[in-house]
Design a protein around this ligand. Structure first.
Ligand code: HEM
Ligand SMILES: *[C@@H]1O[C@H](CO)[C@@H](O)[C@H](O)[C@H]1NC(C)=O
Length: 494
């Protein structure tokens, strides 16, 4: 074969593709908000500093204002920057902004099943059911709070075994939130050295690494034609998700054998009962695939998020001994050394409440939020966003807003306290996002964070290995999610 001929054809095809993609961009641009001028094929990718994505978006907001269009390759994304515009979109026009985009990964592996990636009627049914179940409707006698309290005690026992020696708590802090999801979904927690549990943790860890890689995230936004040439294909990811699905399916089968629909004990029981109730309803989305993928979602969304926040928060406490002293004082006054902390203690513990809020604000775990998509052609401000436009409702600029939080770069619990030391709410507290599609696990996550921190600090004094002032987070930020490097610390029994 004539190699020349081949490459001429390829070149020609490339040029045609280029012209077409430019033309398509021009077409779409007409109605979208202005933004930096995109290059053919790569769009505005050169304007994105992969070491600090949120900062790149903030720089662009300085030039183009709170709403602008950014091209990931040929894919336009409308970026929302700041509290007012976020609220206008996700709350005031919430119904229009409620979909998730069909990203490459979702097409390939998730296939629109489960609660995170689904849309329309399927999402509505799964979301409503999951919210109800997580709010304790029909989960039997053991409340979700009791499950979290049980886990908090096990966590403390495990930390006690470190005998006050320097310890990297990453593994232990990863176990606890994962076990809470196990307890909610499967009824019981696992022992931290159970083989099944360790396997599950391994899968989750891999899953997180694969999902969070910057390349995977970029891959998501490449047009199909280019994905073929991309260095990493998320093969590892689909294998990983298949293994997670298999793990959950095994548990579902056990539940099916023992199911007593009148006496559901956990999420899977509730779902299987719902499936039976709805078996004659052709519109029902309650099938096994949606159950399994929702299970995968709860692990995927509820484990790493919470454990990273826990770990980051403990480092913040280490770095700020004056904060730890005040927390200890409040715990001793309100709970004392022996009683198991409960969520009703929170209203009597404004300082701890403020600390946990300030941790989440400062940590800025998901600076870019999860992407959304408009459900229909949407009139928004002076623009028309065509149906299917991808939206980035950024969280970082709201959490780091200096008008709401003086010195937003400082960790300071006073951001959430008034002059009398009472807890002060802020509508800028958006780590879980806002509106109808905000985090499904917000209630559970906030309960975990409060009970885990309070139980740990009731039992231990945290001590830094080395100078606490040397702990800094400068290089731990900037990705699609913010996580600190591993640190050792000592847990001294009180
Ligand atoms: C510190 C912990 C957590 C943080 C910071 C967090 C944050 C978020 C954010 C920002 C979103 C995107 C919301 C949006 O699109 O507007 C989200 C979605 C979600 N989160 Fe969380 N989350 C946390 C813990 C959890 C937990 C413990 C669970 C499990 C029960 C969970 C389950 C979910 C689910 C299922 C979604 C998708 C909701 C939907 O598409 O309807 N999250 N989370
Ligand atoms: C937060 O805001 C401060 C000042 O307003 C700015 O210096 C800093 O770079 C911002 N941080 C992030 C992570 O955006």
């Amino acid at each position: 074969m004539d190699p020349w001929g081949l490459s001429t054809t390829a070149l020609l095809a490339f040029v045609v593709f280029l012209i077409l993609s430019l033309w398509m961009q021009g077409l779409k641009r007409g109605k979208l908000p202005p933004g930096p001028t995109p290059l053919p094929l790569i769009g505005n990718l050169l304007q994105l500093n992969l070491k600090n994505v949120a900062a790149s978006f903030s720089q662009l907001a300085e030039k183009y204002g709170p709403i602008y269009t950014f091209y990931f390759g040929t894919q336009p994304v409308v970026v929302l920057h700041g509290y007012d515009i976020l609220k206008e979109a996700l709350i005031d026009q919430g119904d229009a902004f409620v979909d998730r985009p069909i990203l490459a990964l979702i097409e390939d592996v998730i296939k629109g099943k489960g609660v995170i990636a689904s849309r329309g009627e399927r999402w509505k049914q799964l979301r409503r059911f999951s919210l109800m179940t997580l709010r304790n409707f029909g989960m039997g006698k053991r409340s979700i709070e009791e499950r979290v309290q049980e886990e908090a005690q096990c966590l403390v026992e495990e930390l006690r075994k470190t005998n006050g020696q320097p310890t990297d708590p990453t593994f232990i802090l990863g176990c606890a939130p994962c076990n809470v999801i196990c307890s909610v979904l499967f009824r019981d927690r696992f022992k931290y050295n159970d083989e099944k549990f360790l396997y599950l943790l391994k899968l989750l860890n891999e899953n997180f690494q694969l999902f969070n890689s910057r390349w995977t995230q970029l891959y998501n936004f490449l047009p199909a034609a280019l994905r073929v040439y991309f260095p990493v294909k998320p093969k590892g990811l689909s294998k990983n998700i298949e293994e997670m699905k298999h793990f959950i399916l095994e548990r579902v089968k056990e539940h099916q054998k023992l199911l007593d629909p009148n006496n559901p004990q956990d999420f899977i029981d509730c779902y299987l009962s719902k499936m039976q109730q709805e078996k004659d309803n052709p519109q029902s989305e309650f099938d096994l695939e949606n159950l399994i993928m929702t299970g995968v979602n709860l692990f995927g969304a509820g484990t790493e998020t919470t454990s990273t926040t826990l770990r980051f928060g403990l480092l913040l406490i280490l770095k700020h001994p004056e904060v730890q002293a005040k927390i200890h004082e409040e715990i001793d006054r309100v709970i004392g050394p022996n009683r198991v902390p409960s969520i009703t203690d929170r209203q009597d513990m404004p300082y701890m409440d403020a600390v946990v809020h300030e941790m989440q604000r400062f940590i800025d775990l998901l600076p870019l939020n999860l992407p959304r998509e408009v459900v229909r052609d949407t009139q928004f401000q002076q623009y028309v966003l065509p149906k299917g436009t991808t939206i980035f409702p950024l969280l970082s600029p709201v959490l780091n807003d200096s008008k709401e939080f003086p010195n937003p770069d400082q960790f300071d619990p006073q951001h959430f306290l008034d002059q009398n030391g009472k807890f002060k709410k802020s509508d800028h507290f958006v780590p879980f996002s806002i509106g109808k599609r905000s985090c499904l696990g917000e209630g559970l996550a906030r309960m975990e964070l409060f009970l885990f921190y309070t139980t740990i600090l009731q039992n231990f004094t945290l001590k830094a290995v080395g100078d606490p002032n040397e702990i800094n987070f400068k290089n731990d930020r900037g990705g699609f999610s913010n996580a600190p490097r591993n640190h050792q610390m000592c847990f001294l029994p009180r």
